[in-house]
Design a binder for this molecule. Structure first.
Ligand code: URA
Length: 264
């Protein structure tokens, strides 16, 4: 009975396969494909870790070198001002309201170099217009100098190490000073004063690579081949009025130098 059942079951299975289009037997023994384990897909070889294509790195920016190139192209003060305004590598530019380049008479015998614009200078677009600037004007007047004077012998020309205000009036950092130094040096070369005055430590750091204004003030040094006097910054004098005594001595030394006194 069982074999008859098997016969009919096998036969109907065969007929079903023929119906499906099977034409040839490919093995001697039937294969129960339901009983076969589903062949597990071959494990894929682990994919090699994808290394992203190298991202082209912008060449390291040498901001002082770019500043030097830009400064060298300026053949007059107007061109220098434009070159500085177009210089995009000093972040201070982003936070400042104004570009502060200079004040006074470019042909003056005396060039004063300060630190950087403060809040008042940032608003006005001119150096030394706040309280420290007012004291500076008084100091200059005491030796018959005036930034607005038409006569170069009695006028002064004023700039700063940095043309943009540092946030919250913080001190300029070394990178900012180094970056803007080529412009300052070009500024001095183009203005070509007889005498330079450095107000406080920041211009000393920039142009003399030294700080310590208390020791340096009052002695003549040389910057770009010109006589140069480091002095206390007027903002320091506002905080330390007794230091005005030394500042007065330095102003007299400046006056004597301008008169051409021997030994001054
Ligand atoms: N202090 C500076 O050194 N420069 C300015 O312009 C104003 C304040």
């Amino acid at each position: 009975m069982e074999s008859a059942n098997t016969y009919w079951a096998d036969r109907s299975a065969l007929e079903w396969q023929v119906e499906l289009g099977a034409t040839d037997a490919i093995g001697d023994a039937p294969v129960d494909r339901y009983a076969l384990e589903v062949a597990a897909p071959k494990p894929k070889a682990p994919a090699a870790p994808k290394t992203p294509p190298p991202v082209p790195q912008p060449a390291e920016i040498d901001a002082p070198a770019l500043a030097a190139q830009a400064a060298a192209t300026a053949t007059d003060l107007a061109a220098l001002s434009s070159a500085m305004q177009a210089f995009e590598f000093c972040d201070l530019k982003q936070g400042a309201r104004s570009f502060v380049f200079c004040d006074g008479q470019p042909s003056a015998r005396v060039m004063i170099v300060g630190e950087a614009p403060g809040r008042d200078e940032d608003r006005a677009g001119k150096p030394f217009v706040g309280r420290a600037g007012q004291l500076l004007d008084l100091m200059l007047a005491a030796i018959d100098l005036d930034r607005a004077h038409a006569d170069p012998a009695q006028a002064v020309y004023i700039t700063n190490v940095l043309p943009w205000r540092p946030p919250s009036n913080r001190a300029p950092d070394k990178a900012e000073i180094a970056m803007m130094l080529p412009f300052l040096e070009r500024h001095i070369t183009l203005a070509d004063p007889d005498v330079i005055v450095l107000m406080g430590n920041i211009p000393c750091q920039a142009l003399l690579s030294r700080t310590g204004i208390t020791r340096m003030r009052g002695s003549w040094v040389e910057v770009l081949g010109k006589p140069c006097m480091p002095m206390f910054h007027p903002a320091y004098l506002l905080r330390n009025p007794p230091a005005k005594r030394e500042a007065w001595a330095d102003l007299l030394a400046l006056k004597a130098r301008l008169r051409g006194d021997a030994g001054a």
